[in-house]
Design a protein around this ligand. Structure first.
Ligand code: ATP
Ligand code: MG
Length: 348
């Protein structure tokens, strides 16, 4: 029987509740589809600070590095808000990303039919949307040197540098091309090549790589147009490839097409080694421990882990189907039923 080694990181707030749901479904999926998941659970974030003083204990990182995939629920608690930023629970996540050498952030945006309010204007635009944003995570203007603030000629000036190397573009583009090949075979690369030199290199490298992917239909789009097209006609997109800054903005924009933060999974991948799968939402301390959390983002993360991390596609489809069936049967958590916004596509 196929075996996979999974590290579970429940973390803080609603993390343990939604992890328990995902684990239940993963065990059942393994039983049905002929594989066994060997789970190890480790502390990260606030609970790890409480237990050991560090938001990412060495034993947690080592277990993650030795695993086939890591499923993380949520990190963060207001109890630590007074600490300096580098000691807070969230630094555990940054260290984990660095320790696993993750550079590609994947955010699928899928509109589930059960959540569309057919009477709303937005319904026609979002119906059938199924896209994936692939965002470069470790380069670009957020990390480029030089940066800073200087006094000059009686004025003050601040600057950051947007920079990408050929190698950096190639490795993220490869992730996007591979994904496009596994999906419907369409890739749209986002840049600002009409203005930025760094974007011209980006576009040149993506074009060069396209030679290895004859079965993928490649297009390029300027980021300002992409921002408009995402709200005008999101169905035209399958896989979107972006740098760090453009992806930060576009992935939040695309996410809001779906409505609730409680529905959104994400994955972070490196060139090799385990991927990290985590919901887009945070630890939701306001509802933790009250059995109010929507576990669907976490279940969809588990499905992404099965599909992308473990190549267990049938089991992934089964988990996605479980979410669709629960919604189709009419069950809703509070985040999907807030006042004045009972369905997607409403004004809220
Ligand atoms: P972080 O900085 O970790 O992202 P945050 O406070 O910015 O945390 P969340 O923790 O995601 O953001 O919470 C934002 C709001 O969304 C809260 O009111 C929370 O209760 C709600 N929320 C987040 N996740 C869920 C979920 N899975 N189910 C229901 N409500 C959720
Ligand atoms: Mg937040």
């Amino acid at each position: 029987m196929r075996q996979h080694r999974i590290v579970l990181l429940p973390g803080d707030g609603i993390g343990p509740e939604i992890t328990a749901v995902a684990k239940l479904l993963l065990d059942a999926a393994g039983e049905q589809h002929g594989f066994k998941l060997n789970f190890e659970q480790h502390p990260i974030g606030g609970v790890a600070i409480d237990a050991s003083g560090s938001p990412l204990p060495a034993s947690t990182l080592e277990a993650c590095q030795a695993s086939d995939a890591v499923l993380l629920a949520a990190i963060g608690s207001p109890r630590f808000d007074a600490l300096p930023r580098e000691q807070r629970p969230e630094t555990g996540l940054l260290s984990l990303r660095a320790g696993l050498k993750l550079f590609a952030n994947l955010r699928p945006v899928t509109i589930l039919p059960a959540l569309i309010d057919a009477s709303s204007l937005k319904a026609n635009v979002i119906k059938g949307v199924d896209l994936m944003v692939v965002r470069e995570l470790t380069g670009g203007i957020y990390f480029g040197q030089p940066k800073g603030r200087i006094e000059a000629d009686g004025d003050e000036r601040a600057f950051n540098t947007m920079t990408y190397s050929r190698t950096e573009v190639d490795r993220i583009a490869k992730v996007a091309f591979d994904l496009a090949r596994d999906r419907s075979g369409k890739l749209c690369s986002i840049d600002k090549a009409n203005v930025l030199d760094v974007s011209q290199l980006w576009r040149d490298r993506v074009d060069a790589l396209a030679a290895n992917y004859g079965d993928v239909e490649l297009s390029h789009m300027y980021v300002d147009n992409a921002a408009m097209q995402l709200v005008r006609n999101p169905r035209q997109f399958d896989v979107l490839l972006t740098g760090n800054l453009f992806g930060d903005i576009l992935s939040d924009e695309a996410a809001m097409l779906t409505g609730s933060i409680g529905m959104l999974p994400s994955a972070s991948l490196g060139s090799e080694g385990p991927g990290l799968f985590e919901p887009v939402h945070g630890s939701a301390p306001d509802i933790a421990g009250q059995d109010l959390a929507n576990p669907m983002a976490m279940v969809l993360c588990a499905a992404m882990m099965l599909r992308i991390g473990l190549k267990e596609n049938d089991a992934a489809t089964a988990l996605e189907g479980s979410v669709e069936r629960v919604l189709a049967a009419g069950f809703r958590t509070g985040d999907l039923m807030s006042e004045g916004c009972t369905q997607l596509g409403c004004a809220g």
